[in-house]
Ligand binder design. Structure first.
Ligand code: KG4
Ligand code: ZN
Length: 341
């Protein structure tokens, strides 16, 4: 077996296809992003109001060869310059994951380049190492995406402890479902953010889990409150912008509150935001304001590293290799419900 862990520079070609983005990236040492290509299927799924799994798989199959070729050519490298091929193997849509896993396995087998199986969620967290070279352990990561919501205490690249996770919907899922109720297109997060700017957060949709200790999340009650409110006020008319602003504030407060309480409970001085919902401006604002009195530093990602991408998968693979984690074999299978940590 090649001793990659001891190599000075490790160049990873990563492939990501867990949901509706087909992505490939070439990254050196989880630091230099030589290429980061994303083929989004948003337009394809928008007409259905959300991601259609079978359609996503088919589109990944069509897009993968071109996206990987483009990532390689933009990096200026040939396949021979790649040390490891990383691929997201879970969590996500099973068929979508399988397209990337099969492609990566084929490429690895044909080229003899070792394969690294990466957790999508850990990839979202590793995006922080790409963007924040100054981020020190320990830190709390608020992971808020379309599929996951969690508060994670991170003490080393491979030492992660989940302090809380969602009891029902993921944060992004709630944004997407509420957007649909308000007649906004998929994906709902950016649409709610845009509409919320035109409204006031004057509707009380309640505070999730307000009497419960710990750091878990619940978003389905908020979603139901919006559904009930819109149904009850359909006849009299109501302001969609106010509903969007009120939901956004409630959801973002829930995320920010848990994060700050977790940091204080653990005596941690840094909080990083990961995942698509981490792009939300209101959430960033609330978190910044809540952290300031406690001297807690906040770390926000550039938007392209919040939502799904393959550079974050390459970053996680790099630290797995450095930590001597085993390479994957051709028996690698996709795992739709891979546990968060
Ligand atoms: O991390 P991501 O790209 O995919 C998953 O792993 O799920 O997250 C996508 C989610 C979607 O639910 C989308 O509506 C949400 O992130 N999102 C946002 C914003 N941008 C994307 N939610 C709130 N505010 C945003 N600005
Ligand atoms: Zn994601």
């Amino acid at each position: 077996m090649i001793d990659l862990a001891a190599k000075k520079n490790i160049t990873v070609l990563a492939i990501e296809s867990s949901c509706d983005e087909t992505a490939a990236a070439v990254v050196v040492n989880a630091r230099d992003v030589l290429s980061n290509v994303i083929a989004s299927q948003i337009e394809v799924h928008r007409r259905f109001g959300g991601v259609v799994p079978e359609v996503a798989s088919r589109n990944h199959t069509l897009a993968l060869p071109g996206v990987v070729d483009r990532a390689l050519s933009l990096s200026g490298l040939e396949l021979s310059g790649i040390d490891a091929i990383a691929v997201t193997y879970g969590a996500g849509l099973l068929g979508a994951l399988l397209t990337g896993v099969a492609y990566a396995k084929g490429l690895s087998y044909a080229s003899g380049i070792p394969l690294v199986a990466v957790s999508h969620v850990k990839g979202h967290i590793a995006a922080n190492y790409l963007a924040h070279p100054d981020l020190e352990f320990p830190y709390i990561c608020v992971l808020a995406s379309g599929g996951h919501s969690a508060i994670v205490n991170i003490t080393d690249y491979d030492k992660l402890e989940t302090l809380g996770s969602t009891l029902d919907d993921a944060a992004g899922e709630a944004f997407d479902k509420v957007a649909r109720v308000l007649g906004l297109p998929y994906p709902g997060g950016p649409e709610i953010q845009r509409l919320a700017r035109e409204g006031k957060p004057c509707i009380d949709f309640g505070r999730p889990l307000k009497n419960r200790a710990g750091f878990d999340f619940s978003f389905s009650g908020l979603k139901t409150a919006v559904i009930n409110y819109t149904a009850n006020n359909q006849k009299n008319g109501y302001s969609k912008a106010d509903a969007a602003a009120s939901f956004e504030l409630a959801a973002a407060s829930h995320l920010a509150d848990n994060a700050v309480r977790a940091a204080l409970a653990k005596g941690v001085r840094s909080i990083a935001l990961s995942g698509g919902v981490g792009a939300n401006i209101k959430l960033r604002e609330l978190l910044t304001n809540a952290c300031a009195p406690h001297g807690i530093k906040t770390y926000f990602l550039p938007l392209g590293l919040c939502t799904d991408n393959a550079a974050m998968i390459a970053a996680e693979a790099y630290f797995m290799i450095r930590k001597g984690k085993a390479f994957a074999g051709l028996e690698l299978d996709a795992q739709a419900s891979l546990k968060i940590i």
